[in-house]
Design a protein around this ligand. Structure first.
Ligand SMILES: [Zn+2]
Length: 364
């Protein structure tokens, strides 16, 4: 009986929160977010509302009840980052899920990223179960899919862009789903045939696989609570950069993703990616045009900009600049990577407070 009462109370709280979200939808405010736990800011004596922060995005493993409670009491939403196709910690024990390159070799980690083969059924079940468990455990405002691409590394100035995945399962599925008869042979021979004779269909199929993941995760999220948002952290490149690698290698097709995503969060890490601060604004405006959306419409764009000092010191002035530029075009939200990088520098905290305070005041 006690269990029943607890479940009912918990369901009531969830329902109330869901109704609040629907009411808020009619009068949405700009998202002024942080990426990472608020704890480093709290440890320095700050409150989220006094910093004008109204949204916290953080890895789902970092969420706990007391953090959630305090964040909500300070007026901020909570969005969980969910690392979708990062196979680190999984592929080591499940070699059948290890991505294979065009030489038939198991790929090397791309610096710190180890991509999984996105067609591995057991891995899909594993991730899906994790998502269900997360949704049942905490009442969240949304799920942000991260590591959404085939095995590669796009966050370095010189990106790592291998051709994958040519495991037997991927080749068979590709042939079946795209009605292509791949000639028999060893993996390098079949990969070579695909890349020379069916390249366009291969790229299309790979994008469909990624969009299929997003669609499935979205179905789970919306099935749990139609008011929750499904966002994606993604490579910010335009269609032409690195010979079209966004679609060609990463498997991200903006047209396919547009219909299954509530919020696009381009990772515009200017310093890390060897770009200028101005590029943040240019890229954000480009994405808005590319997606064909206007301010106030879905899907939305909420950018994530760089606060941390790598490979050089991002000054408070530069941080202020990229926060502003992250709201260019149709963007209706901005956050920074990371909350800890801001908390470590009092001038960056003051910058965030000033910029967010002014955006809250002016609606921009
Ligand atoms: Zn594969």
């Amino acid at each position: 009986m006690r269990t029943v009462i607890l479940i009912s109370l918990s369901a009531l709280v969830a329902l109330t929160h869901s109704q609040c979200r629907q009411a808020e939808k009619k009068n949405e405010v700009r998202i002024l977010g942080i990426y990472g736990s608020p704890a480093p800011l709290w440890e320095k004596g700050h409150r989220l509302d006094s910093l004008s922060v109204n949204a916290v995005f953080l890895n789902w493993h970092s969420i706990n009840d007391s953090m959630l409670l305090r964040t909500r009491s300070e007026g901020a939403k909570v969005f969980a980052e969910f690392p979708l196709l990062n196979g680190k910690g999984y592929v080591e024990n499940h070699p059948e899920a290890w991505a294979v390159d065009d030489h038939g070799k198991m790929v090397e980690p791309a610096t710190w990223f180890m991509g999984v083969c996105p067609t591995d059924t057991a891995f899909r079940e594993y991730r899906t179960a994790e998502l269900h468990s997360l949704l049942n455990r905490f009442d969240l405002d949304g799920i942000w899919l991260d590591y959404l691409h085939w095995h590669a590394q796009f966050e370095d100035p010189e990106p790592i862009l291998p051709e994958t995945c040519f495991c037997d399962r991927c080749i068979t599925l590709f042939g079946k789903e795209m009605a292509v008869k791949v000639p028999p042979g060893d993996t390098p021979a079949r990969a070579s045939w695909i890349l020379s004779s069916a390249d366009s269909l291969w790229r299309e199929w790979r994008c469909r696989v990624i969009a299929g993941w997003v669609k499935e995760m979205r179905g789970i999220v919306k099935g749990h609570d139609p008011g929750m948002l499904l966002g994606i952290y993604h490579c910010p490149w335009n269609d032409d950069e690195f010979d079209g690698a966004q679609r060609r290698i990463l498997g991200l097709d903006y047209d396919m993703l547009r219909g299954v995503t509530d919020v696009f969060s381009p990772m515009v890490y200017h310093a890390r990616m060897g770009r200028t601060p101005q590029w943040v604004g240019e890229n954000t405006a480009w994405l808005c045009d590319r997606l064909g959306i206007k301010e106030g419409e879905y899907p939305r764009v909420w950018t994530i900009v760089q606060a941390y000092d790598e490979p050089y010191t991002v000054t408070p002035e530069e941080f202020s600049q990229v926060l502003h530029l992250g709201t260019a075009g149709c963007s209706s939200g901005v956050m920074m990577f990371t909350s800890r990088a801001v908390a470590q520098n009092d001038d960056k905290i003051a910058t965030m407070r000033k910029v967010y305070g002014s955006m809250k005041q002016n609606g921009r």
